[in-house]
Design a protein around this ligand. Sequence first.
Ligand code: ATP
Ligand code: MG
Length: 456
Amino acid sequence: MIKKFLNKVFKKREQTTDAIHLADNNLPDAAKKIVAKKHKINPDLISDAALNTCEGLHKAGFEAYIVGGAVRDLLLDVKPKDFDIATNAEPEAVNKIFRRSRIIGRRFRLVHVMWGRETIEVSTFRGHHHNKGDAKTNDSGRILRDNIFGSLEDDAVRRDFTANALYYNPKTQEILDFHHGVADVKARILRMIGDPVTRYQEDPVRMLRAVRLSAKLGLTIEESTEKPISKLADLLQDVPPSRLFDEMLKLFLSGHAIETINILRAQHLHHGLLPLLDVVLEQPLGEKFVMLALKNTDDRIMQGKSSNPSFLFATLLWHEVLKAWEHHQKQSPMMPALHHAMDEIIQIQAKKLAIHHRFVATMKEIWSMQPRFEQRAGKRPFSLLTHPRYRAGYDFMLLRCESGEMPTEIGEWWTLFAHANTEQRTAMLLPDSTPKKRRKRKPKPKSTTAQENSSV
Ligand code: ATP
Ligand code: MG
């Protein structure tokens, strides 16, 4: 008994010392400095706004580095879509330096510095949440609030991937690299800093970030970084719906939505995202429709065109709406059944993912326009053309035709109709097959009563 007890104690102690060794091994080496000749970053790809922000901070006596995704992209010779700056200045100090700036955020307090139409995000070096401070975690280890400031080294450990923990000083043109990030970027590897399981538990969105960055930049997710993802996929249930929505937009509007969805499915992460997306993807017609829609979105973004999130979400959920619509038509007429179906699907969805109200309104408009494309007689096609969301509704209908859900002939008819003049349009109309509604005759006043009344 005593032996068993001692064994237990010692075993536990061994495990803790192991853990400490592990933690020690995970501490960053002193930063490597990588000079311009080695990293070969093209300075022309850096925005003036980012350079001005660093200069302003340097002049005020603070440290300032371009950090994160921008340095990673610069190393890959990709023009960064935005620039983040890390500094040892606290938010209030940054705010004082730049006239056009404001402090934002609760979970992380940041400063937005505005230069014309560009906004630069400036964050103060963060400390590790094991340090004393006001970091808060929930039962599953997710960090809820975390506003502890720290050193540059601390800041690097807190970042997600080695490729995202690089600090570029525009003044010296050197990169500070604490976690061999430059080597990983050059080898096109995405590697988690620290123990991947703990880091995913702290913030499950990191699993989605791994997928997104690997799809966007063609990076391979390193084995131990990838392995826990499918097992931990359920942790996404715990992420606030509004944060999940923001991440969803980034996932699907990156211009690499097809690769993204393929990796999400391979990692079983699509279950946690849109609760209905996995169901849709399991039906051949639904899958074809979603994949066509994502391909369409990718092509638009790659051509520099904008892509409307409402349209995208309308496509992702359409086949669930269709199913519910069919069901409700057993009890109600076509249009009320459709509205009932739309509300039902949006409601199920909202529990998981908070789609902004303004997007929901447009999604409903796109959906409720769909039955109107089947009506090609009388005045109706003319009035549909004047609908403020006609273009989105039409594009949506074309996808339905392309996926085999609707006869292609209808799509072709509408394409011709929209381009024709009034005379041609009138000639294109189909014969009105709907039976004309007969006006109900007003019941005649009862003559007897009238007579009786008049006789009174
Ligand atoms: P993108 O090119 O899509 O902007 P990014 O890596 O720059 O990719 P951001 O969301 O702009 O993504 O984040 C900026 C930086 O902040 C990241 O590079 C990373 O260093 C850090 N970061 C962002 N999200 C997390 C997270 N969930 N956990 C740890 N670090 C994060
Ligand atoms: Mg970024």
